[in-house]
Ligand binder design. Structure first.
Ligand code: GLC
Length: 413
């Protein structure tokens, strides 16, 4: 066996073992917990990442993971960000509803389905899932996309997947100097307010309503994928409808989230129509999802990555730029490196042809795994592993390598 092959086998073996150890079954539904100790339930975007990892060695389980997400879909189409299949004492936070949460997470499930279909062209799987997928995206289009603004809003920072990101501090009424428990309390207060508002969206929107950059960018790419799915299934009017929704969303993103004097996209606090100007990794989300033109991508990459070290570190991308006053290398979503974010960046760089940089970020992610193992997030200055253990997202490194024929990356180990 060559060294390269054995490195690949080793990585594959480690990821396979981790995913297997974290797999759970309940009433015939299969899902994977992000971390057995810290996160022993099912999370929406985590399951999308899981399917993207699993497809490299077990497409059947990848499909199960995605199917189980839809078992607790709301009647109105929403997918909850958490499903408590087997409630326990651990991390048992009341997110507003019985057995599920009352909020959603970044809408990347169509992308996850597409990635699985790329390796396993299972038409029946798509046929079965499509109506449920359509219900979810229609929910977002009908209820979350503001008809006047044209953008999707989120009702809690946790819907971004970046729980305590400083992007949301002003919208939560918090100062930059704050503790994680303080931030968490503010997010749970929102859930309480939502419950008091009987989850009526018009009322919930008065407390917290942010047009976020990653959420809208991800929605844009996923609507395009929905148009492709509908076309594959011969549902041509639905295909046109999703394609048009994607176009309209792109127009709104460019019109409203990209101020004229800035090359970067910024979220807006919809409660008071104010731009949220924390310099976080969100500026790369439009790159990752194909929102940008080649020219914009070139400018972003040169301004923020090549000629600038505020984001890029030895271990990948800081989630918040070093130059931002909220930056904290150990602060959960306030600066540390997350492999999920590195994965989005690698997608974006590869999409626009920056293969060398994509290679560097992949190597950086591999090195993190080597140094600190499958941890939740990493000190952006030292690479020290932090947060949950046996955390699944590290498996995304396998996807970075496999989808880009990363034998070069493996050679460096
Ligand atoms: C944390 C992360 C969130 C993730 C969840 C489960 O709350 O911030 O993105 O979905 O853990 O892993």
């Amino acid at each position: 066996m060559t060294t390269k092959t054995s490195h690949r086998q080793q990585l594959l073996g480690k990821v396979r073992n981790l995913m297997h150890a974290n797999r759970r079954e309940h009433d015939g539904h299969i899902y994977t917990v992000p971390s057995p100790d810290t996160y022993p339930y099912q999370w929406l975007w985590d399951s999308c990442y899981h399917a993207i990892i699993l497809r490299h060695f077990d497409a059947e389980t990848a499909k199960e993971e995605l199917r189980s997400l839809f078992v607790r879909q709301y009647d109105n189409g929403m997918l909850p960000h958490m499903i408590y299949w087997e409630p326990s004492e651990k991390h048992n936070i009341n997110w507003g509803k019985d057995g599920v949460s009352s909020i959603t997470q970044p809408p990347m499930v169509a992308l996850a389905v597409q990635q699985v279909l790329d390796v396993d062209d299972d038409r029946q799987f798509l046929t079965d899932l499509f109506p449920k997928l359509a219900d979810y995206y229609d929910y977002l289009l009908k209820h979350r996309v503001d008809s006047k603004v044209g953008l999707a809003g989120i009702i809690n920072p946790d819907e971004s997947g970046e729980d305590n990101s400083p992007r949301f501090d002003p919208a939560l009424g918090l100062d930059t100097k704050q503790s994680l428990p303080q931030n968490f309390a503010a997010r749970l207060e929102l859930v309480e307010a939502d419950r008091n508002a009987s989850f009526d969206l018009d009322r919930m929107k008065q407390t917290f309503w942010v047009y976020d950059v990653p959420f809208n960018s991800i929605l844009f790419e996923n609507l395009q994928i929905m148009a492709e799915f509908a076309a594959i299934l011969g549902r041509s009017s639905e295909s046109r409808r999703f394609a048009r929704a994607a176009e309209q969303l792109l127009e709104a993103i460019n019109q409203r989230l990209l101020p004229e004097d800035s090359g970067d996209y910024w979220p807006i606090d919809g409660v008071n129509s104010k731009e949220l100007n924390c310099l976080s990794w969100h500026i790369f989300a439009p790159l990752a999802t194909g929102v940008m033109t080649d020219k914009q991508a070139h400018s972003l990459i040169h301004r923020r990555l090549i000629n600038n070290d505020e984001f890029m570190v030895k271990y990948g991308l800081r989630t918040v730029a070093e130059s931002d006053s909220s930056y904290d290398p150990e602060g959960f979503w306030r600066g540390p490196v997350w492999i999920g974010v590195n994965w989005w960046l690698v997608r974006g760089l590869s999409r626009y042809g920056y293969h060398e940089l994509a290679h560097d970020v992949t190597v950086a992610s591999l090195k993190l795994l080597e140094k600190s193992g499958f941890r939740e997030y990493f000190n952006s200055e030292t690479g020290e592993g932090l947060g949950a253990r046996e955390f699944t997202w590290g498996g995304l490194v396998l996807d970075m390598i496999e989808t880009r024929d990363g034998s070069e990356e493996l050679r460096v180990l």
